[in-house]
Design a protein around this ligand. Structure first.
Ligand SMILES: [Zn+2]
Length: 477
């Protein structure tokens, strides 16, 4: 039988607020253990949580970035369960009245067509503490770090609209881009500021039945999200083929063995309204103010780049995936340089070097104006592409003007025809077999001769002019 997968995601995103959700402790989980705590986030008896405005603002911006309808009234419940990372016995979460509902993101499906994936709702909740498992001598011990307890989170719950690992990975990528644009979170699966759980079931293709779903956790990269879902779909198909009944449970992705394994379920208790945190009521004016603060979002920015700078849809989309890259591009474009050259050099030369060095665009020595200076020289044939790459590498090490770096390094391109004529003449004389090959129709002979001439010029010749002179000479020989 032909099966299809039904996939929904539950995504926790840690908001990058300066303080925790219900107290003024710094929201820095990575600090020395238990440094950022107070009676409220240690959950001591009698401490009254105070809901923070920053968390509401960042959560609202994230909801708007995901096209959700903000609810006028939302409220916190006590999600009751006990676990050593939650010693107070309940987590404050919006179980019944979430902050927003009915969102969506449009991804590009596997068939190349746009596909809308719906978001059921987004709610706010506090994070739990972190358990650290260690050995004390030969005795295994577990420690609790409360730095993360009470950290502000949102949970995004999608509709089960995804049908493949591709859909899920594209959704997570786009969600990350959108939330980063509004500045609510870094959304990094690697560092744990985003956590993705996938609910997966399979059914005969073409039917709309909903079968027992299995939850998969513990994927710490987008690639792992795809791999874990792909594995789980195949595992369920095998189970069905062997006549095994599916039971609802949670599995952990093992990134080393590339398998999912069943884990012990946590007891899930009831959700009861919390008496200490007042309902969150959002006024029309406040919401309109937040909407007016939204930046130009990636899809719209890409469309503008396409119109304004003549980039292809693909180029514009690539640039706008990261807001810093898009902003940098626009700053470079305030100088007279060709847009597509900037795009090409930014994405294929500058960004890879930055990533390798662990630098950020905003703080790199290659400022937009210096990058524009370099590309201007390239565009006017004053340096060739090879030299431009070397100059770019040096710009990371010095604050000297680009022109000075070019002059001092002798990177200026030789376009002077008489100088190049001399070089070409010597190359033709010294490479008679290649010249003969060329006349016998061996296509790579021309490339070889150009390469020789480039080498003879110390890599500084204008390859276009070299090629023209060579062709002209060869035609008369
Ligand atoms: Zn605190």
């Amino acid at each position: 039988m032909d099966y299809e997968a039904v996939i929904g995601l539950e995504i926790h995103v840690e908001l990058n607020c300066p303080t925790k959700m219900f107290c003024d402790c710094p929201n820095r989980p990575g600090d020395e253990p238990n440094k950022n705590t107070c009676p409220i986030c240690l959950w001591l008896p009698g401490a009254i949580p105070q809901f923070g405005y920053e968390a509401l603002e960042k959560a609202t911006l994230a909801c708007l970035a995901l096209n959700c309808e903000i609810q006028e009234k939302s409220a916190f419940d006590q999600k009751v369960y006990y676990y050593p990372d939650l010693p107070k016995g309940f987590q404050l979460s919006q179980a019944h009245y979430p902050l927003s509902r009915n969102g969506w993101l449009n991804i590009i499906g596997e068939d190349g067509q746009p596909k809308r994936l719906r978001i059921h709702h987004i709610h706010m909740e506090e994070d739990v503490a972190k358990l650290i498992h260690e050995m004390e001598g030969k005795t295994p011990i577990s420690l609790v770090d409360f730095n993360r307890a009470g950290a502000p989170l949102i949970e995004i719950v999608t509709e089960p609209d995804m049908r493949s690992p591709h859909d899920a990975m594209e959704f997570v990528r786009l969600l990350r881009t959108q939330i980063r644009y509004v500045g609510s979170s870094e959304c990094s699966l690697e560092s744990g500021t985003m956590r993705v759980d996938a609910n997966i079931s399979i059914r005969p293709k073409g039917t709309d039945q909903m079968n027992t779903k299995v939850e998969v956790k513990n994927m710490n990269s987008i690639r792992h999200v795809g791999d874990a879902i792909a594995y789980e779909i195949e595992r369920q198909k095998t189970c069905l083929a062997e006549g095994e009944a599916m039971t609802m449970h949670t599995r952990l992705w093992d990134p080393v063995k590339k398998v999912t394994t069943a884990m012990r379920g946590k007891f899930a208790g009831p959700c009861v309204p919390d008496p200490s945190v007042p309902p969150v009521v959002i006024s029309r004016e406040w919401l309109e103010d937040k909407i007016s603060c939204l930046p130009e979002m990636p899809a719209r920015k890409a469309e503008r780049f396409h119109q304004q700078f003549g980039l292809t849809d693909e180029e514009a989309f690539q640039l706008c995936t990261d807001k810093d890259t898009a902003d940098y591009f626009e700053q470079v474009m305030s100088f007279p340089v060709p847009a597509r050259m900037v795009t090409y050099w930014l994405t294929t030369q500058l960004m890879p070097v930055l990533r390798e060095r662990g630098d950020a665009l905003a703080t790199s020595r290659v400022t937009p104006s210096r990058f524009a200076d370099l590309l201007g020289l390239l565009d006017r044939n004053e340096v060739n592409a090879n030299s431009a790459k070397e100059v770019l590498a040096r710009l990371f090490e010095t604050d000297l003007p680009v022109r000075t770096v070019v002059d001092q390094g002798g990177f200026g391109q030789v376009s002077d025809a008489s100088e190049l004529e001399g070089i070409v003449a010597r190359i033709l004389e010294g490479n008679a077999p290649a010249v003969a090959d060329y006349h016998n129709g061996v296509s790579k002979a021309l490339g070889f001769l150009i390469g020789q001439a480039m080498q003879a010029s110390g890599g500084k010749a204008n390859p276009k002019v070299v090629r023209e002179i060579l062709m002209k000479r060869l035609a008369t020989q």
